[in-house]
Design a protein around this ligand. Sequence first.
Ligand SMILES: C[S@@+](CC[C@H](N)C(=O)[O-])C[C@H]1O[C@@H](n2cnc3c(N)ncnc32)[C@H](O)[C@@H]1O
Length: 321
Amino acid sequence: MAQYSYHEPVLVSEILAFLVTKPGIYVDGTLGGGGHSLAILRALQKAGYSEGSVLIGIDQDDAALQEAAEKLKDFEARTVLVKGNFQAIGSMVKSVCGEKGLQPKVTGILLDLGVSSFQIDTAARGFSYLREGPLDMRMDMDSALSAGDIVNTYEEKELARLFYRYGEEPRSRSIARAIVAYRLKNGSINRTQELAGIIRGNAVGRDKIIKTLSRVFQALRIEVNRELEVLRRALYESIDCLDDHGRMAVISYHSLEDRIVKTVFAEKARSDWGPKGVGLREPLERGTISLVTRKPLVAAEQEIDANPRARSAKLRVIEKL
Ligand SMILES: C[S@@+](CC[C@H](N)C(=O)[O-])C[C@H]1O[C@@H](n2cnc3c(N)ncnc32)[C@H](O)[C@@H]1O
């Protein structure tokens, strides 16, 4: 049974077990409706860690910040909510800590990637091929590029490359061709259902149509919000601002995201032993983190039954050395 109407958080008990280990600064870089943040604040309180703890909640969507402010109001004194992109997590942490006279050394960071159920379900945001709305897809409504700008201005080759790279869509070229042909005939594409109609005309079979629609919409969302680029930056910045033994947990929902998380974590965990056969006693450079989860954790069947969104969730956790 869903408890949250805005967004049902996933893997909550796992996040609490890995992250909430002592009092300190906690950062939720993807605040959303504040479900994970509320759970973290309650767990800190239950463990007697509230004194000396602060939660910094970051989101680039004003609607999320509004919702979370309401949900977290009982913990107002221990919470700072910031509008911004998590790619600048380091400077946001520094600025909040500067104002509060705290050392910018973070005990726990959470990134729960992608969009919230609220964003997907709000037709006016244009994220869903199931809902009629403008082709928008911006998480940050102050940013410039919308999905409509992309489908109406990118050249056929750029569109095909985009659908292939960010959607892993096998029919990327024919869909790009159909979009450009539609533009030439009709002037522009402005609505989600207009685009969905073009995609449907280029996919074969019912199952394939749904997969193709999800892949093309995913590709556009990633491009609009530069999701992969900002994720990579956020991971490096987050590791930098963790305190010794501080932990970071990342929940990803598709293979492109998970691949970046896995690769950056592996790179930062690896020590450099120089060329093979040299037999150094000490590495030239030591890894700066350890992998708390060697393989990603997934949700139990029971959670997936209650919250289908949990089906694709993968959780990776690291600890700063
Ligand atoms: C999956 S939801 C998080 C839900 C949240 N954990 C909860 O319990 O309600 C992802 C949220 O992160 C935000 N987000 C995604 N990418 C972001 C980024 N680069 N910077 C800041 N916020 C981002 C989205 O706007 C969305 O509100």
